[in-house]
Design a protein around this ligand. Sequence first.
Ligand SMILES: [Fe+2]
Length: 257
Amino acid sequence: MFNLRELIGNFEANDGEIVTRREVLIMGALAATTVVAGGAALGQPAIKQIAGSQTYIAKDFTGLIGRGLNGLSANQIEQHLKLYKGYVAKANEIQGKLKDVDVSAANATYAPLRELLVEQSFALNGVIYHELYFANLGGAGGEPAGELRQALEEKWGALGKFIDYLKAAGKCMRGWVIIGWNTRDGHVHCYGLDMHNMWVPAGVIPILVLDVYEHAYMIDYGVDRAKYLDAFVNNLDWDVVAKRFAAACKHHTCPET
Ligand SMILES: [Fe+2]
């Protein structure tokens, strides 16, 4: 049994609501099989129950602009936030259409239900990953400490090697780099995605999320992704990542695996 609020702080749940592992996995499937842990905006719900239905509400990350990130301009962040809000709107639109979709036309080549389910995974992961990304920005970079650092060093040998690996992965992927806690083997790993809903491993809890879509850096750096990756690392909020890690690593190995 998991406490939903503890496991996925981005989602609203009734106080004290307890869900089973199976329910957590079902929610993970809705988010393209990724489970979400913590977030800087813990306690700020992304979903609210309104008239018996779930509606996604964009979080306020404008503080990143006022804070003056080192190497990421206000315009870059503002444009990125506009895009994020677009995903929130589309996630809501899709959810609304799913209520009335014609299920009698179900077909694996084309059906309105199929298209809505596919794009739901794209839009919803567009919301979730952007929230995790913006929430782990705004720090002063530096180095992690404690059990998080220990886990990264255990996996990559040294913190510097982890940072090099993160940047290298950032140069390879076309969408996202996820450092995530794998609930199956109980270790952190690096995962790469070319789209919000492409190649998302099941049972992985993101603890560090890096956006490498061109829209994340083109205004500031043109096609020089390497400089953007330096800026991302310099603005990482390790405290946020550490909180996610602490929440994620409590969950380990599905009994059926
Ligand atoms: Fe993005």
